[in-house]
Design a protein around this ligand. Structure first.
Ligand SMILES: Nc1ncnc2c1ncn2[C@@H]1O[C@H](COP(=O)(O)OP(=O)(O)O)[C@@H](O)[C@H]1O
Ligand SMILES: N[C@@H](CCOP(=O)(O)O)C(=O)O
Length: 308
């Protein structure tokens, strides 16, 4: 039997729409991600369990884990009789890469079970295709960090889909999921088809500046560059009182804040644990909308998907 844990991820990180993402890990030891097991069977079976199992599609063939198995079998050229179990611990439509957790967990578990028929690039290509089926277009900024860990910059050139870039070890990422759903496909559909020249120039400056600041280890500059002029102006209306929340966390010492993925989770950066804890408390009281909501103080997860 193989069991794989696939961690939550925050895509975009404000500056890198579709090209930047990081895997995250709560510092209190909680496992924020899906788990998938693969076992021997005489015919294919898929069982679902976990806190968010009720939010999965009713039709089992629409479960992305089933589609992972199908694509894996097609790519290998034969039907593989296995029993898979999805532990759906991640809320769907949360901005924490829930579908990526299932995609990466399922493909890594299958690849491990069958003694690695596919290499890293082949795996990432399959992951991107499956993520694209869900959101309407291929984007690797959740699957790459979830699979490989760390902060990943999507390159998609010369056969290289993604590579990791340095980050700041002392940064805490306070994540707050309010408990409401935002569909990634819908949050992509509301974005403009074209952008003004000055917006493209500013965007290049922000993402280039952030990557430069990460490499040269200038945390203040990096935090100042965490600006989103591509998605945030159009998506913030989907989140509860976003502008007020940003102002409030800034007063509590936040270095930066923004939308995680397509939302409604927000991330807040702090380099001080006491301030991160105060921010978390404020978010628990003011940002969460129902009992499904939660907060976690996280660090960037270096490992990515792993057998447990
Ligand atoms: N195993 C799965 N985990 C998460 N979503 C799934 C899964 N299987 C199918 N889906 C569908 O994929 C879509 C995921 O929605 P999306 O807004 O992209 O969520 P997220 O951004 O959290 O990945 C939903 O329509 C959901 O029903
Ligand atoms: N770059 C994508 C990321 C979506 O992340 P998710 O966690 O909301 O699925 C986008 O912004 O559309």
């Amino acid at each position: 039997m193989i069991k794989v844990y696939a961690p939550a991820s925050m895509a975009n990180i404000s500056v890198g729409f579709d090209i930047l993402g990081a895997a995250i890990n709560p510092i209190d030891g909680n496992m924020l991600g899906d788990c998938i097991t693969v076992e021997t069977a005489t015919q294919f079976q898929l069982k679902n369990k976990g806190r968010f199992v009720k939010k999965l599609p009713k039709d089992p063939k629409l479960n992305i884990v089933y589609q992972c198995w199908q694509l894996f079998c097609q790519s290998i050229g034969k039907e593989l009789p296995v029993a898979m179990t999805l532990e759906k611990n991640m809320p769907i439509g949360s901005g924490l890469g829930s579908s990526a957790c299932s995609v990466v967990g399922a493909l890594v578990a299958l690849n491990e079970y069958f003694e690695k028929p596919f290499n890293e690039q082949q795996m990432l290509t399959m992951m991107g295709e499956l993520e694209g089926r869900i959101s309407g277009s291929v984007h690797y900024d959740n699957v790459a960090p979830c699979y490989l860990g760390g902060m990943q910059l999507i390159l998609d050139e010369m056969g290289i889909i993604s590579q990791s870039i340095p980050h700041f070890d002392n940064w805490y990422w306070v994540m707050a999921y309010p408990g409401i759903k935002v569909s990634t496909a819908e949050a992509r559909a509301i974005l403009p088809a074209q952008y003004q020249k000055q917006d493209c120039i500013a965007h290049g400056r922000y993402v280039g500046g952030f990557v430069h600041a990460c490499y040269s280890q200038q945390p203040k500059l990096a935090a100042a560059m965490l600006k989103d002029n591509i998605a945030e102006p159009y998506r913030k209306k989907l989140l509860p009182h976003f502008d007020e929340t940003q102002k409030a966390v800034k007063k509590l010492g936040a270095l930066a804040s923004g939308i995680s993925g397509s939302g409604p989770t927000i991330y807040v950066v702090s380099d001080d644990l006491a301030s991160a804890q105060q921010i978390e408390l404020w978010l628990q009281t003011h940002y969460l909308q129902n009992e499904d909501g939660f907060t976690h103080i996280c660090k960037i997860d270096q490992q990515g998907a792993r057998t447990i």
